[in-house]
Design a binder for this molecule. Sequence first.
Ligand SMILES: *Cc1c(COP(=O)(O)O)cnc(C)c1O
Length: 220
Amino acid sequence: MSIKANLENIKSILPEHVTLVAVSKTKPISDLMEAYNAGQRIFGENKIQEMAEKYEAMPKDIEWHMIGHVQRNKVKYMAEFVNLIHGVDSFKLLKEINKQAKKHNRTIDCLLQIRIATEDSKFGMSFEDASEIIQSEKFSELKNVSVIGVMGMATFTDDKRQIENEFNRLKFAFDALKGLQTEYCKLEIISMGMSGDYQLAIDCGSTMVRVGSSIFGLRS
Ligand SMILES: *Cc1c(COP(=O)(O)O)cnc(C)c1O
């Protein structure tokens, strides 16, 4: 099926309150343009340099989301244009995003990546770390970042029950963090769910799904 048909299929089953991020990593501009011409305006990439190149080449009414792990020394390459950074996993990274956003006189929206996978996963912070950050004074001093939600990645497994448990863990963390939020932090987004599990994620409370291969086909 075409990219356009894939997109239309997915959009027809997504509830209205769920935002679709089209994950276009490794795919050529021509594929992204096909999605763009079918109306898609939110694209997700996991490498900063690749995202910056695509940003240069594509129309300027696109929202670019960084969904991958972010190295602090590369934040500067996306600070001018990135709309949402999903994988914020430390205060140090938030501080660097704040610094680079300030240089461009803007505020960058961020999600805190929470470690939900029971497998030993490298990225993401604990719920405790996240709650400590959003209640801290040093966080309230960062005027050029805005934490607007959480993101999580489930274990790579076929076990639906396990994935469901992990998604529920993120929803629980979101609700608990929302209870703590201050004027500096308005939590609205739960970014969870990919091609294989976005329906389950939505059932568990996702408000933003990151779908790649179901739109653009398998990556080589
Ligand atoms: C690649 C990627 C996706 C999309 O994966 P698909 O299975 O192709 O839908 C979603 N989230 C993150 C963080 C990714 O790196």
